[in-house]
Design a protein around this ligand. Structure first.
Ligand code: GLU
Length: 484
């Protein structure tokens, strides 16, 4: 029987989840789910100096928002808990003692100044600094409070990485790495190996930055007498331009910030999953379920993928449309609640739903609602220059524009019923009667009711704004332009 697949996401609570790190959660999640396996969340909190209060909560809420529910871990529990490394110290100490008993670990009493001097001397002599060349001859019995080091045995290693292929290294990269620090807490290097082992992790999926430490990890697996798991190294996400790793300066934000800016979780998951992975087809939109079915480890690219915010916005726009069309207004509307402009606060929900239903297909993020819908809730400030300098309108005098507005007002006033079809018919008739081009007449009306750079289709905009508002706004602009 093949072993059930178990994967994990093992973040350190050292700050927010940076967009570049989330694939280390998405991919193992997909790998576990597609085989009916287990996805574990483990909090690697042994680096007390870098610990950030609240970071664990942010990690959990980000995963929940993305729909990456963990089968084992904080809150949900599971047979391999606890899932915070600082609560597992006894376990690391037990395994440490096994290594000591096997002669593969030693307590190191060397003061840090001496260690610094070794390093400086090797550098001066231009020889690679390896601690195993300075291994102390006398080592005390280990007890928490003294650093514990691995006793390395220099040799060649070969291994397979499911993304990077067959890899090998020489003995020069093996060293006496610290397993347990003076404060009694394990290093990442040691703790993750014990945890992955104890938790039955079969596939380790993490950033490529850990690749250089692999020989030491392989040496540890060997010394512990345990089977190696599968390794999946994820290439960096690169800045939009050039070949450097995506950093904060390139606009790499926390996932939470994107959420606040109105990116949908479906879009974020889709976008990140496809950053460095594809199923070999042209498909660009994937639901979580499709990703689970279609994801293939051997289709992960082994070179860095460029972060492209324009693509993220495009993906988000597609998802807004798709979810709105699939779910309908009543189910979709609640997602938009936090994204309306201030001036919409007291507007009735029904009215906001009408606005949403005519504008949703133009949104790239939900927060576009904030920037694009003010004029549906308050009269815009009249700015005649927007009319007189408009590329379709600048050829007309102010008197002509005023007359055109009068004709339009008179025609719209005649409407028996105020709905999009009747409005469209009237607009069409106005085009015939005035002999103006569509772009001319429609720009005049559109700008006069909105003074916004953009509005949805004119008939729909006028319909939602309502007869009174439309006529009042057109009237106010006419008065202003004729008085000018
Ligand atoms: N705690 C490590 C980090 O946050 C995890 C690396 C791993 O997945 O093994 O980078």
């Amino acid at each position: 029987m093949t072993k059930q697949i178990t994967t994990r996401f093992a973040p350190s609570p050292t700050g927010y989840i940076h967009i570049g790190n989330v694939r280390s959660a998405i991919y193992p999640y997909l790998i576990a789910k597609q085989s009916g396996g287990t996805f574990i969340l483990r909090i690697e909190d042994t680096d007390q100096a870098r610990y950030v209060e609240g970071a664990t909560d942010l990690i959990k809420s980000t995963l929940q928002w993305l729909g990456l529910d963990w089968d084992e871990g904080p809150e949900v529990g599971g047979p391999h808990g606890p899932y915070f490394q600082t609560e597992r110290l006894e376990l690391y100490h037990q395994w440490a003692r096994k290594l000591i008993a096997a002669g593969r670990a030693y307590a190191d009493p060397t003061p840090s100044e001496t260690i610094a001097a070794y390093r400086a001397a090797d550098q001066a002599a231009k020889i690679p600094y390896l601690y195993r060349n300075h291994r102390p001859t006398q080592t005390p019995e280990w007890h928490p409070g003294i650093p514990l080091r691995f006793k390395s045995e220099p040799k060649n290693y070969q291994w397979q990485d499911l993304v990077m292929g067959d890899l090998k290294t020489g003995p020069e990269v093996l060293d006496d790495i610290v397993l347990i620090k003076a404060d009694g807490l394990p290093t990442y290097n040691f703790a993750h190996i014990i945890d992955d082992l104890e938790m039955g992790v079969t596939h380790i999926c993490r950033g490529v930055e850990y690749l250089s430490s692999m020989p030491n990890y392989l040496a540890l697996y060997e010394a512990l007498g345990v089977e190696r798991p599968y390794f999946i190294s994820l290439p960096h996400i690169l800045a939009p331009n050039g070949n450097k790793k995506l950093g904060k300066r390139d606009g790499a934000k926390s996932v939470d910030l994107y959420r606040q800016e109105g990116i949908l979780p479906e879009a974020m998951l889709n976008f990140l999953a496809c950053l460095g992975w594809n199923d070999g087809t042209e498909q660009e939109l994937y639901t979580k379920e499709e990703l689970i079915t279609k994801f293939r480890i051997d289709h992960i690219q082994n070179s860095g993928a460029h972060f492209d915010e324009v693509k993220l916005l495009w993906t988000n726009g597609q998802w807004i449309r798709r979810l709105f069309d699939e779910q309908g207004i009543d189910q979709f509307y609640p997602r938009t609640i936090d994204f309306w402009p201030e001036v919409a606060t007291s507007a009735p929900e029904e009215y906001k739903k009408r606005v949403l239903s005519i504008i949703y297909d133009r949104l790239k993020t939900l927060s576009d609602l904030r920037a694009m819908t003010d004029y549906f809730f308050v009269d815009p400030k009249i700015n005649l220059a927007e009319l007189t300098t408009n590329k379709f309108l600048k050829k007309f005098s102010e008197t002509e524009l005023g007359q055109l507005l009068t004709t339009s007002i008179d025609a719209l006033k005649q409407l028996q019923t105020w709905d999009a079809t009747s409005i469209q018919n009237t607009l069409n008739q106005l085009l015939v009667d005035t002999g103006k081009k569509t772009a001319e007449l429609f720009s005049l009306i559109r700008i006069s009711v909105s003074f916004a750079p953009f509005s949805p289709a004119l008939d729909l905009t006028l319909d939602v704004l309502g007869r009174e508002t439309v006529l009042a706004r057109l009237g106010a602009v006419r008065t202003a332009i004729l008085r000018d």
